[in-house]
Design a protein around this ligand. Structure first.
Ligand code: UD1
Length: 367
């Protein structure tokens, strides 16, 4: 976590509200924020996350754990959110809370607009009312849809092709409009590519509800014997081995991007406006390449079945992280070897996720 300390700079003692802080990316970010000396208040509905993640974060944060407060609040409930803002003054907000399953968003679009758009509007209204106008927003590469070429820069056309991606784009546009209406706002929109991995301790990681939507959580469940095989969604793409190419990024790197974004918000002498940044490695990796890397890391064979292309899938999508490197001074440090190593460390300790695992003994205590 030394890098996180460095990233935070003179941020010690500042208070940050983190929505969705018990989730996969949120929990990793909360740990880094605490270690960097921030006071952190998490609001999370726990609808798709576990309070055990926050217990683990506390245990890993050691003495910094006293700076973490948790409220079980759904951001769509304005009264609950209002009470949280009445209880403390926040220097900034990191907004992770939202739904993220693409397939489900096609089946239940209103649910997605409610969580991801209405929830964001509630948050922005209450932030404005309390004079808190610094925001880091959790956006997605899904706002680009299927760009014709990669690496993808932030000025590429924004043409999401599913309700999930549209909710992220709408929330981005709301942020841009808010800034134009009131230039006191400073907003950083972080467009995530494909997060993979877990905290190197193996005690915090991804715990999807139901059938995983994304590749690596699915692979992880095969490795622990929960699923028989992986269907490869198309092996006739115009790529190095015929399978889809993505930009996989270690969740620890991704979480750290939020600390660099906060530093930018706090340290800029002038208002930075509303700016979007890609958080990716800038490297394209095929499905077969990352599955092979996982087999090496885990020593487990992943049985493969060649299947049809998944509708809506891009052939190749990877980022240009140049703008984040240049303006946030952030750069991903880890590659797919470390992602797969840390994913397996987590998966082998928690084959059935948080709920089914026993309390871990950390620093000699079970918290
Ligand atoms: C998916 C979403 C994207 C969202 C992102 C969030 C779709 C079409 N896209 O992106 O909008 O922002 O998740 O994390 O759902 N694959 C297989 N077999 C599987 C699962 C995946 O071959 O069982 C392949 C896919 O075809 C793709 C790669 O693995 O080439 C990665 O897939 P996935 O993890 O679902 O991420 P994205 O498709 O990039």
């Amino acid at each position: 976590m030394a890098a996180a300390k460095e990233a935070a700079g003179p941020s010690s003692g500042r208070a940050v509200l983190v929505t969705g802080g018990a989730g996969y990316i949120g929990s990793h970010a909360v740990l880094q924020l605490l270690t960097a000396g921030f006071r952190v208040v998490v609001v999370d509905s726990l609808a798709n996350s576990s309070e055990i993640a926050l217990r683990r974060v506390r245990a890993l944060a050691g003495d910094h754990a006293r700076n973490l407060v948790f409220h079980k609040v759904d951001i769509r409930e304005k009264d609950g959110l209002e009470k949280v803002f009445a209880s403390a003054r926040f220097d900034a907000v990191i907004h992770f809370a939202g739904l993220k399953a693409v397939g489900e968003s096609v089946q239940k679009p209103l649910l997605y607009y409610d969580h991801n758009v209405v929830g964001t509007i509630n948050l922005l209204e209450i932030m404005a009312a309390h004079g808190c106008k610094k925001l880091v927003f959790s956006s997605s590469a899904a706002v680009y849809g299927s760009p014709k070429n990669s690496p993808c820069t932030e000025d590429f056309p924004l043409i999401p092709h599913n309700p999930y991606g549209r909710t992220k784009l709408m929330a981005e546009e709301i942020c841009r409009d808010i800034y134009h209406s009131d230039p006191e706002w400073s907003i950083i929109l972080l467009r995530y590519f494909n997060p993979v991995g877990a905290h190197p301790s193996g005690y915090v990681g991804e715990d999807p509800c139901g059938t995983p939507n994304n590749l690596m959580p699915f692979v992880q469940q095969i490795a622990v014997g929960r699923r028989p095989s992986l269907t490869i969604f198309g092996n006739n793409y115009a790529t190095k081995d015929g399978t889809g190419v993505r930009d996989y990024i270690h969740v620890v790197d991704l979480a750290e991007g939020h600390l660099f974004a906060l530093r930018k918000l706090f340290e800029s002498s002038s208002n930075i406006g509303c700016e979007a940044y890609n958080l990716g490695t800038g490297k394209g990796t095929s499905v077969l390449e990352i599955v092979n890397a996982f087999e090496k890391a885990s020593g487990k064979k992943i049985p493969l079945v060649m299947g049809q292309r998944r509708p809506g899938d891009a052939e190749i999508l990877f980022s240009s992280p140049a703008k984040a490197e240049r303006e946030l001074h952030w750069k991903a440090k880890y590659g797919i070897t470390e992602m797969c190593r840390d994913l397996w460390n987590w998966a082998s300790k928690h084959p059935y996720g948080y709920a089914a695992s026993e309390s871990p003994k950390l620093n000699g205590s079970s918290r």
